[in-house]
Design a protein around this ligand. Structure first.
Ligand SMILES: [Zn+2]
Length: 219
């Protein structure tokens, strides 16, 4: 039987239940809190919801799951990729994938954020890589499952004839395995931030991602 591994990342830090403090590096230069209509969104928290639901959904598929993130604390992306790379070198899977959960951000002001961009997009490192086909499968399945049903906009970069955006984020270039990063909606948009906490949306995204990943692993 072939050995398959998925290295799951959930971006940033989470809320420490002991102190209530949001444990995310401020140096990432992003807007992590959305405050409008009495609502605050924490990207690191919703990233972990999707990462955990995905991990649960992948049980009994024959794919081994390795977490590269801390339950609460933030870690730099180099550290996270080294957890994956060390495991990869030790266990030598036949096929492996780095899958990272994030949500996108726009602007630094909470006021008027409901007008800010919305939508789902997916990233791989620059150039044609073995991650491109996986990113396309995930985007296509997720679009099919959520675009009409939840009114989600799918952002695509078709300049290189595939729908993912190419960007050399550390976590996409430092991994020894193909790496895909999901920007699951914009947490800086009120309607998107609300969807991230919607259980029906969560399940639709998770099932679509699972279907896509199983296809990519040819299972
Ligand atoms: Zn993020």
């Amino acid at each position: 039987m072939k050995k398959h591994t998925i290295y799951i990342n959930a971006g940033h830090g989470s809320i420490d239940p002991a102190t209530g403090k949001y444990m995310t590096f401020p140096t990432h230069g992003k807007f992590y809190e959305y405050e409008g209509r009495g609502y605050t969104a924490y990207e690191g928290v919703t990233n972990r919801i999707f990462a955990m639901l995905f991990e649960q959904a992948m049980q009994n598929t024959g794919i081994r799951i390795v977490r590269t993130y801390h339950r609460i604390n933030d870690m730099d992306n180099y550290q996270r990729t080294q957890i994956a790379n060390a495991d990869f070198m030790r266990t030598r899977p036949d096929k492996a994938l780095w899958l990272s959960w994030h949500s996108n951000a726009f602007g630094m002001q909470s006021k008027g954020q409901s007008q800010a961009p919305r939508g789902y997009s997916i990233f791989t490192s620059e150039g044609e890589t073995t991650a491109d086909s996986c990113a396309k499968l995930i985007l296509d399945e997720t679009e099919l499952a959520t675009a009409k049903r939840f009114g989600i906009m799918f952002r695509k970069d078709m300049r290189d004839n595939n729908p993912d955006f190419d960007i050399n984020f550390d976590e996409l270039t430092l991994t020894y395995m193909p790496a895909v990063l999901i920007e699951n909606l914009f947490f800086t948009n009120y309607d998107d931030a609300t969807l991230l906490l919607n259980k029906d949306y969560q399940q639709a995204v998770i099932q679509a991602t699972k279907t896509a990943v199983l296809k990519w692993f040819e299972l």
